[in-house]
Design a binder for this molecule. Structure first.
Ligand SMILES: Nc1ncnc2c1ncn2[C@@H]1O[C@H](COP(=O)(O)OP(=O)(O)OP(=O)(O)O)[C@@H](O)[C@H]1O
Ligand SMILES: [Mg+2]
Length: 418
């Protein structure tokens, strides 16, 4: 056989990069436009950008465009404002690991092009230098604070410092009285909003506009995939059936309607097809790609976003799976959960909350399967199991790490959540 010249399928790899920002948001367009005009209006009217914008997602959902919406709004506002003669810049930071006020201040200082040291300087002094600089240059800055819940929950960050930062317009005297820094705060879900209300009530109550994002529906994922395919793949190498298959699979509630997962699947299918060398993505490639990404579908971050008791419940299910008990009766799972909780020295939840959590895991995550009793069982019994796509031993080790991390971060937190 002569080697066949491979037909390229992927024309632009960066289109499939996590950090790539689409030129237009075809889905979430309404939300984006609303926020952009809100910010533009405040800049143009001279009111300034005092009150933050808040974006949060549906519980348990990831990859639903929170980060994308925030960055897109920041970037487009700056772009549009510049066209109208205003000097506006946009910066973004992810606070997920080791959040700190200094990290944010360093980014802002860099964003406005100031040459001052942030470390070792009092927060107020740095803020004063920043706001003075913005006023002098008659410019504005939009700051995206992504994964802000890490900051709220971090024992290392003082709420008073967060106040000083976000309410800078009260903390430092503004030369011309115009607040020129606008924050777009992104948190994972409504539980985080609740934490914010508890720990930072005077910030939560100042929010100018809040946007709650739901999971993507298959039709929305389709639109997102089509945009990527048009911009990143060779014409004729893909068609609606391929995109539909991915959109339906990843848009199912079990896969949390994650655009991230869908884009990854399309990219992987394109890579597989390119390797085969036929110049076209087949449905077989799509199936193969989907089965590969579904394993990756549950990342450490997803697990970290679960509640302590949900993690303990999962640990109980891995115990059953390792013992070889595939499906576990709800009552037996309850007993296992109590045993595992006591191993971690955690007080088990009452029955109602226990059932709420197991139902949440079964309905809203791909980790747990649920079925009702069939013949041979009296009454209606519910059975649960760890998804067969998950290798229990490895998963159990991962859970252990995350549980211990949660417990050590703040020993009281697990209990105070309820
Ligand atoms: N409306 C959209 N249009 C185009 N692409 C999108 C859209 N929403 C999400 N994406 C893409 O899907 C991927 C995941 O999106 P994003 O990171 O914004 O989700 P997220 O909700 O912030 O996820 P996480 O919960 O993990 O923080 C990214 O590659 C992003 O570009
Ligand atoms: Mg995000």
């Amino acid at each position: 056989m002569f080697p066949r010249a491979r037909q390229r399928i992927i024309m632009d790899h960066k289109v499939f990069d996590e950090s790539w920002l689409p030129p237009s948001l075809l889905v979430r367009r309404r939300e984006a436009e609303e926020l952009i005009s809100l910010l533009l209006e405040r800049i143009e009217s001279g009111v300034g950008l005092a009150n933050p914008i808040l974006i949060y997602g549906a519980r348990g959902a990831v990859g639903i465009g929170k980060t994308t919406l925030a960055k897109y709004v920041a970037m487009k506002t700056a772009e549009e404002a510049r066209k109208r003669g205003f000097n506006v810049k946009a910066v973004a930071t992810n606070l997920f690991s080791s959040p700190s006020i200094h990290q944010i201040l360093s980014m802002i200082v860099k964003g406005v092009g100031l040459n001052i040291a942030v470390h070792g300087n009092p927060v107020l002094d740095t803020l004063k230098a920043i706001t003075d600089n913005l006023a002098r240059n008659n410019s504005y800055l939009i700051v995206v604070l992504d994964e802000f819940q890490s900051m709220i929950l971090s024992p290392k960050v003082q709420p008073s410092d967060i106040y000083t930062l976000i309410r800078y317009y009260e903390a430092v005297p503004l030369v011309d009285g115009i607040p020129r820094i606008g924050f777009i705060i992104v948190v994972s879900d409504q539980v985080s909003v609740f934490h914010m209300r508890e720990k930072l009530p005077q910030i939560e109550s100042q929010i100018a506009h809040r946007v709650g994002l739901d999971r993507y529906k298959p039709s929305e994922i389709y639109t997102i995939l089509e945009q990527r395919a048009e911009l990143g793949l060779r014409e004729g190498s893909w068609g609606p059936p391929q995109l539909e298959m991915i959109a339906e699979a990843t848009g199912a509630p079990k896969f949390s309607g994650s655009a991230r997962l869908a884009i990854k699947a399309l990219y992987n299918a394109a890579i597989l097809a390119e390797h085969r060398g036929y110049g076209e993505i087949t449905l077989e490639d799509v199936r193969e790609a989907l089965s590969r990404v579904s394993d990756l579908g549950i990342g450490i971050k997803d697990l970290q976003s679960l509640h302590l008791h949900e993690l303990i419940l999962l640990q109980a299910l891995t115990v059953a799976a390792r013992r070889g008990d595939e499906w576990v009766k709800a009552g037996d799972l309850r007993k296992l959960y109590e045993e595992v909780a006591s191993m971690y020295d955690v007080k088990p939840l009452g029955y109602t909350q226990f059932y709420e959590h197991i139902r949440f895991l079964a309905r809203s995550t791909p980790i747990v399967d649920m079925r009702m009793s069939g013949k041979g069982h009296k009454g209606r019994t519910t059975f649960y199991r760890l998804s067969p796509f998950i290798p229990p031993t490895h998963f159990s080790e991962l859970l252990e790490t995350i549980i211990l991390e949660k417990l050590s971060r703040d020993p009281k937190r697990g209990a105070s959540l309820y």
